[in-house]
Design a protein around this ligand. Structure first.
Ligand SMILES: [Zn+2]
Ligand SMILES: [Zn+2]
Ligand SMILES: [Zn+2]
Length: 361
């Protein structure tokens, strides 16, 4: 994500701010211009007809409604179809932190130029059911544009226990959101649902003839193999030996759809982290002790990625991860990015990259 500043005093603002900590001016994030603007607290209004999102009090949403929508919810909150009852205070607290992670997701989707269409506005759009599993079971997943999230994943103790139980190196709410939304964008970008034009996507034409689908099947495999059976097999026997040579995670081996969703999530991880590094002027020039060296220089440039090949994106990404992993370990934490990107995985990231930068909404 980019760095933001207060329009009144120039102080740094971060994504979660609703007030400038320096001058005290109320702030709202405007999705229309993708930056913060000052808000008049008495009226809840910003410039033009923009108003604060109605979820400000309930969920700490600091976005503005500035797209002329009749409702009082911002574009991110309008994607949420179901959320916990106000009476369920514990679930509401986790819902609020989940909405915060979701705004970070939506910021990036908008920034990448991907269509962000609430399902309440268009049947081809996206919806989130953010559900508490305290009383009845909830399965995190995606089905035809509806992402379901088990809010229990917002509790650190639960999520960390699940991470250890599943043998995963990384598990976050933002990661869940990026993975599940990846399934949705497979429909948009690969199968084609008519929401975007794309040099590769098939639009609403016969899916079997879409170049995007052909390329997907060539690189990720044939998604027509039985999905339920594939998941059952994965949970019964685990990933095949040597899985890391061609997959970014063990779960990616379960089915081509899961491989796509995992790869899509990593693409968002990489693009967002590179953007944040660039926003703060981070430049990696390599370690003091010279090694092979030449590939240990990272110069993240804001917005450069769109015009780049996946090779140059990854070429900037890897040295940055070496540096940030070392910094994290200095604080007694695990690696910031505990993954290996092999050439086949980079090829898969390349398919996602080409489809995302090729979007014409
Ligand atoms: Zn200020
Ligand atoms: Zn909102
Ligand atoms: Zn999945």
């Amino acid at each position: 994500m980019r760095a933001f500043s207060c329009g009144v005093c120039g102080n740094l603002l971060v994504a979660e701010n609703s007030v400038c900590v320096s001058c005290g001016t109320a702030q709202g994030f405007s999705p229309a211009v993708m930056r913060f603007v000052p808000v008049d607290v008495a009226s809840g209004m910003a410039s033009g007809s923009a108003v604060q999102c109605a979820n400000l009090a309930a969920a700490g949403c600091n976005w503005l409604v500035d797209d002329g929508h009749a409702g009082r919810l911002c574009v991110s909150c309008r994607l949420t179809r179901t959320r916990p009852n106000d009476e369920d205070a514990a679930a509401v607290a986790v819902w609020a932190s989940t909405e915060s992670a979701k705004r970070r997701l939506v910021y990036q989707l908008l920034d990448l130029g991907l269509p962000v269409v609430p399902r309440s506005d268009d049947a081809r759009g996206l919806a989130f059911d953010l559900l508490s599993s305290a009383r009845s079971p909830v399965v995190t997943g995606h089905a035809d544009g509806v992402v379901t999230i088990d809010l229990a994943e917002g509790h650190d103790a639960h999520r960390e226990a699940m991470r250890v139980q599943m043998g995963e190196p990384y598990r976050t709410m933002l990661g869940h959101l990026r993975h599940e939304v990846g399934h949705y964008y497979w429909q948009v970008l690969v199968r084609g649902n008519g929401l975007v034009g794309n040099g590769l996507a098939g639009g609403q034409g016969p899916a079997s003839e879409s170049p995007a689908l052909q390329r997907f099947r060539h690189v990720f495999g044939d998604e027509r193999s039985d999905y339920r059976q594939a998941l059952r097999r994965h949970y019964a026997t685990g990933p095949p030996r040597g899985w890391a040579a061609g997959h970014v995670s063990a779960y990616a081996t379960a089915h081509p759809w899961e491989d796509w969703a995992e790869t899509f999530a990593h693409y968002l991880h990489i693009r967002d982290t590179l953007q944040s590094a660039a926003a703060y002027g981070m430049v990696v020039t390599g370690p003091e002790e010279p090694g092979p060296g030449v590939d240990l220089v990272a110069l993240p440039l804001e917005d450069a990625a769109a015009g780049d090949t996946i090779g140059s994106v990854v070429g900037t990404w890897l040295p940055l991860t070496y540096a940030l992993n070392a910094v994290n370990r200095s604080m007694g934490k695990g690696d910031l990015y505990p993954f290996v990107l092999t050439p086949p995985v980079i090829s898969k990231l390349g398919v996602v990259h080409d489809l995302v930068v090729g979007v014409r909404v």
